[in-house]
Design a binder for this molecule. Structure first.
Ligand SMILES: C[S@@+](CC[C@H](N)C(=O)[O-])C[C@H]1O[C@@H](n2cnc3c(N)ncnc32)[C@H](O)[C@@H]1O
Length: 245
């Protein structure tokens, strides 16, 4: 049986990886890594994988990672990527392939689409998942921000879903983490200011990577966009110890 394992390799720091992930990367027949189409530079997941796998076991798979809309270019990239992985299995029947993804493979990851399309092409494929540490967890740890306590709820929100839904999430959940804002950072900060939540928020960009930036959201320039790899945690308002129980 062909086996495809989606492995989370964490947000950036090569030590933020499970032992299981490290062991798999060290022994897999091949490690596929997603890279942006046409970008010759080292991919984000690839940079971490290089700490655990020799370069000759790494195969780059191109995706339309920077496309903002879901269109034909993205569809073609998924099909081409799945064809590449399926062709590898055709040449290595019964082998195990790892697909490395930043953070966790079940959180906004290209792995979801890839695995479904490869299974469609091959008919039979054992798909497994190894969880990874997310940027949200790294930022919470680095800033000493307990995400949730007692009966508090937590929402993970993609800013690409729009400012109105962000506002709604802030009303309905105790803690809200925002992903995928980058150029939408001024919009996210405006909502936080309007809802009185700016002082509850911390910001982290390029966590564990060169150029990392971690600061209270109220210290950010309200008009300047952030990089794609940026995360905001809006922490719950809390009373004293155990107040959320
Ligand atoms: C397509 S999602 C991938 C999420 C990833 N699978 C995870 O579990 O964290 C990309 C978003 O994750 C967040 N992110 C991932 N790595 C990050 C990092 N090193 N620093 C800050 N944010 C990061 C950003 O919000 C970015 O827009």
């Amino acid at each position: 049986m062909n086996t495809l394992v989606g492995v989370g390799v964490g947000p950036g720091d090569p030590e933020l990886l499970t032992v299981k992930a490290a062991n798999l990367l060290a022994k897999a027949d091949v490690v596929f890594v997603p890279v942006a189409a046409g970008d010759p530079g080292t991919g984000r997941a690839e940079a971490t994988v290089l700490h655990y796998a020799e370069a000759w076991r790494i195969e780059r798979v191109e995706f339309a990672l920077h496309d903002r809309v879901h269109g034909p270019a993205r569809e073609r990239a998924w099909d081409a990527a799945a064809t590449q992985v399926a062709a590898w299995f055709a040449a290595h029947p019964g082998a195990t392939a790892v697909f490395a993804t930043i953070g966790d493979p079940c959180v906004y990851s290209t792995f979801t689409y890839l695995a479904a399309t490869v299974r469609g092409l091959l008919g039979d494929l054992d798909v497994q998942l190894v969880p990874g540490i997310t940027a949200m967890q790294d930022l919470a740890a680095r800033t000493g921000t307990p995400l949730v306590e007692g009966r508090e709820s937590l929402a993970l929100f993609p800013m690409t879903a729009g400012a109105e839904r962000f506002r709604d999430a802030l009303e309905r959940f105790d803690a809200v983490v925002a992903y995928k804002f980058g150029r939408l950072l001024p919009e996210a900060l405006a909502v936080l200011r309007e809802t009185g939540r700016l002082d509850d928020a911390v910001y982290g960009a390029a966590l564990g990577l060169p150029g990392e930036e971690i600061r209270p959201a109220c210290d950010l320039d309200p008009d300047v966009a952030g990089p794609y790899l940026s995360t905001l945690i809006v922490a719950p308002r809390r009373g004293g110890r155990g107040s959320a129980l």
